[in-house]
Design a protein around this ligand. Structure first.
Ligand code: DUR
Ligand code: ZN
Length: 130
């Protein structure tokens, strides 16, 4: 499943809307129902409105009623495995738990498997809301 998820993430890059950064990122999410949702980064002329590939894939899954993320793969043409931004780490923390497999990779096949706790220690969670 890991290899398939990475393949789907690579495939998702082809739809990246990146006229400003020219930096294509792809993500693929495996949900509790064993469905794969793909996402790419989508930029905007108003730069700050751009959306990362990870969030595109997660929001697609959640908007289809999927709230359990079993695994996610993220890929870009980076030297080492791609590093998700802070905003995506926080969004991941909302839907991932200690069992979620997080595969960070690049086009050369340099793949690392991270845990949610490694990606964002001490994330703000719903349990912090009083
Ligand atoms: O993990 C990452 C890092 C960056 N980007 C996007 C945001 C922007 O469109 C471009 C350059 O930062 O890459 C992602 O989609 N995911
Ligand atoms: Zn991001």
């Amino acid at each position: 499943m890991k290899e398939q998820l990475i393949k789907e993430a690579i495939d998702a890059r082809k739809h990246a809307h990146i006229p400003y950064s020219h930096f294509a990122v792809g993500a693929a999410v495996l949900t509790g129902s064993k469905t794969i949702y793909k996402g790419c980064n989508i930029e905007n002329a108003s730069y700050g409105l751009s959306n990362c590939a990870e969030r595109t894939a997660i929001f697609k899954a959640v908007s289809e009623g999927e709230h359990v993320i079993e695994a996610i793969a993220v890929v870009a043409d980076t030297e080492g495995p791609v590093s998700p931004c802070g905003a995506c780490r926080q969004v991941l923390a909302e839907f991932c738990d200690e069992n979620t497999k997080i595969y960070l990779t690049n086009l050369h096949g340099n793949t690392e498997e991270w845990t949610m706790e490694q990606l964002l220690p001490g994330a703000f969670r719903s349990t912090d809301l009083t």
